[in-house]
Structure formats: structure tokens, C-alpha cells
Ligand binder design. Structure first.
Ligand SMILES: [Zn+2]
Length: 154
């Protein structure tokens, strides 16, 4: 199994994009999840943009957009449905009281949260420098996904 973005065979696992599973290598996946994209690594989007698989196209579109590669976006072909899905991700993420969240914000957790794999994040915990990440309805705080409804911007 190889990564459908860069072709690497290193620790390839499935990643869900709009109901489709896209195979991603460790490197692509960690950059996508952290939101910290290395432009050099993602030169591979030059090729994945021509994929005929919906999930790959949507993911490629979102990454190119983040990287500001309008030159490539202009050349991409997506159906109306694919384009709508690809752009859906840009919807605003709002905290518990409706503030718009952005990368780099600080948030406070408003209730005790159980963490997958054990442990609790106590109400009142503040996370600095959050990332919006690619998971709808969640933000990334120190590599933990937290529902936006459980945080408040501080
Ligand atoms: Zn890859």
C-alpha cells in the first residue's frame, strides 16, 4: 500500500476524507493533522491533483488552498459536488459561545473532558496556540482533538 499523495510506502494508514478512505503515509498524515505543511514535501500534490478518486482530489484541493497554490488550483478539475465538499472544510469553527476560532488562539476548556486512552482534561485548563486541524467540529490542542463546543476563546 502506498501513500495516495506522495507515493511513499512508510507506515501507510487510512485517513477519512468526506466518507472515503485515502491511504496516507506517516509524513503526509502528521503534517495534515498538525496543519503545519512543508511546501517541499507537498510538491507531490502536483500529481495527486490528477487523481480520479474523490477523497484524494478533495484533500489535495484543501492542501493546495492552505499552501496558497492558486496556480495549481486553477488547473484542477473537480465536479460541482466535489468542489462543494472541498470548500465545506473552510466553514468557521466556533467556540461554545459563538466566537470564531483561528489557528494560534488560546482557549479554555469549559468542562472536564475524558481523553481517549485515559486521563482527564480539567475544566479551566487553558491551551495556547491551538490549530483548527481538518476534523470538522474539533480543534487540535497539543495534539488532542477537542470539540469546539467544549472550549471558550480566552
Ligand atoms: Zn505521503
Amino acid at each position: 500500500m502506498v501513500c495516495e499523495l506522495c507515493g511513499s510506502g512508510k507506515n501507510v494508514t487510512g485517513f477519512e476524507v468526506e466518507g472515503e478512505i485515502v491511504n496516507l503515509c506517516e509524513e503526509c498524515k502528521s503534517q495534515i493533522e498538525s496543519g503545519d505543511l512543508d511546501e517541499n514535501h507537498f510538491q507531490c500534490l502536483n500529481e495527486s491533483m490528477w487523481s480520479d478518486k474523490k477523497g484524494v482530489k478533495i484533500l489535495t484541493y484543501r492542501l493546495l488552498k492552505k499552501l496558497g497554490r492558486t496556480d495549481l488550483l486553477d488547473m484542477m478539475y473537480l465536479s460541482d459536488e466535489e468542489l462543494a465538499l472541498a470548500q465545506k472544510e473552510e466553514e468557521e469553527k466556533l467556540d461554545s459561545v459563538g466566537n470564531r476560532l483561528r489557528d494560534g488562539d488560546s482557549v479554555m476548556v469549559i468542562k472536564d473532558l475524558n481523553v481517549k486512552g485515559g486521563g482527564v482534561i480539567k475544566r479551566g485548563t487553558v491551551f495556547k496556540n491551538i490549530r483548527l486541524g481538518d476534523t470538522p467540529g474539533h480543534i487540535l490542542a497539543k495534539n488532542i482533538y477537542i470539540k469546539t463546543e467544549f472550549v471558550k476563546k480566552v
